[in-house]
Design a protein around this ligand. Structure first.
Ligand code: KG4
Ligand code: ZN
Length: 366
């Protein structure tokens, strides 16, 4: 593919995200510099159902999206007239939720006479490691073609997948989950353990206090060479460990556990070890199959996990890969990653000779 010059990516892009239970808007400059990143989470609305209720999610997005976009523009200290485009998370996601963001993005773009760009939410997660803040903590990774090909891992409530990337826009799926996504497994494990929703952050916190070897929970292994994931066995093993197994025809059986504080911490540590090491096995195998990869990109809510982050750092160091781990605020669903990747889609349209002056009403997100 063509590689964009800094000039191709120059300018301000407004990003809009509403694919699941986060209503978000952000302004990103030059494809990377995040001037604002506003996220209105709905976790409190869905907590009692222990999962996202689509009707509640879309109604909450509709109520909040206007204020969230206004706040993103105000905190970025930019004028709407200075924007170059509006990028919106267009797929995959909950259809009613996506529609709210897409409609809002189109309305803003139409009012300002700007192009509207549909962005793939999962691909955008892989771009999150390239985002910077104006006064960011670390020296930014120069985003050029020497970083590619790259190995990409998306781990969230809806996805567990490994990719090979030849650029931020050129992506090949290598493997994905055959059952639960890893974030979903964390959330279900939290339910078994009586922890609040979403469960990932709670299990991560308690895991640090526990003994990961007390409960030998299984690290899923699939057939030789497969890069797919499976987390349902781990979830079931945790369930049986906690609730016990009745004896059958005079054989075995295990009693239910008493969930005292230390046992809870040990279970969290055992679960976290099994979940993260299963991911690391796949990454190791993927690199063996794609030894020309130079960079490790991770994204999605579970990329905020402390063990996964440190294991990815170690893995990258051992394999001479460059790690691009997103800042925590860019791991969960956010609109900065949408605006950032949107700048690339805009540049690509220009190379393809697309007329960017077409009004938003004439364009639909891909
Ligand atoms: O990417 P995201 O915000 O939304 C989806 O697209 O799904 O990811 C949310 C998921 C939830 O399942 C949540 O439990 C998980 O990310 N999560 C974590 C951590 N923080 C969030 N899982 C493990 N450890 C964490 N620290
Ligand atoms: Zn996501």
């Amino acid at each position: 593919m063509n590689w964009p010059t800094p000039g191709d990516l120059r300018g301000l892009v407004l990003g809009v995200e509403s694919s699941c239970d986060e209503t978000a808007a952000a302004v990103v400059r030059d494809g990377r510099i995040v001037l604002s990143n506003v996220i209105a989470t709905q976790h409190d609305l869905h907590a009692e159902y222990r999962g996202v209720v689509p009707e509640i999610a879309s109604r909450a997005h509709a109520e909040r999206i206007g204020a969230v976009i206004d706040m993103a523009l105000n905190t970025a200290h930019v004028r709407a007239e200075d924007l170059r485009a509006v990028a919106v998370s267009a797929h995959p996601g909950l259809i009613g939720s996506l529609l709210v963001g897409v409609s809002a993005a189109k309305a803003v773009a139409w009012t300002l006479g700007l192009p509207v760009i549909g962005v793939d939410h999962v691909r955008a997660h892989l771009y999150a490691g390239f985002l910077e803040r104006p006064a960011g903590p670390a020296a930014p990774i120069p985003l050029d073609n020497r970083l590619f090909p790259a190995l990409g891992l998306v781990v969230s409530g809806g996805h567990s997948s490994i990719y090979r990337l030849n650029s931020p826009l050129s992506i090949e799926l290598l493997g994905s989950t055959r059952d639960d996504a890893v974030g979903e497994a964390y959330d279900k494990a939290a339910a078994v353990l009586g922890l609040p929703y979403p469960g990932g952050p709670e299990i991560d916190r308690f895991a640090a206090l526990g003994d990961e070897r007390r409960f030998d929970l299984p690290i899923a292994r699939l057939e030789h060479g497969s890069l797919d994931f499976s987390f349902s066995g781990l979830k079931t093993a945790l369930l049986y460990t906690v609730h016990g197994v009745p004896s059958e025809r005079g054989r075995g059986g295990t009693p239910a556990l008493t969930l005292d504080q230390q046992t809870l911490h040990d279970l969290c540590a055992g679960f976290q070890r099994a979940a993260v090491e299963a991911i690391m096995l796949r990454l190791d195998r993927a690199l063996a199959q794609h030894p020309d990869c130079r960079t490790l990109l991770i994204g999605g809510g579970v990329s905020a996990n402390s063990r996964l982050r440190s294991r990815c750092q170690e893995f990258a160091m051992a394999k001479a890969l460059r790690p691009a781990l997103p800042e925590l605020q860019f791991c969960l669903d956010n609109a900065a990653m949408i605006a950032g990747l949107g700048s690339w889609v805009l540049a690509e349209r220009r190379w393809q000779g697309d007329d960017l002056q077409r009004s938003a009403s004439a364009q639909s997100p891909d």
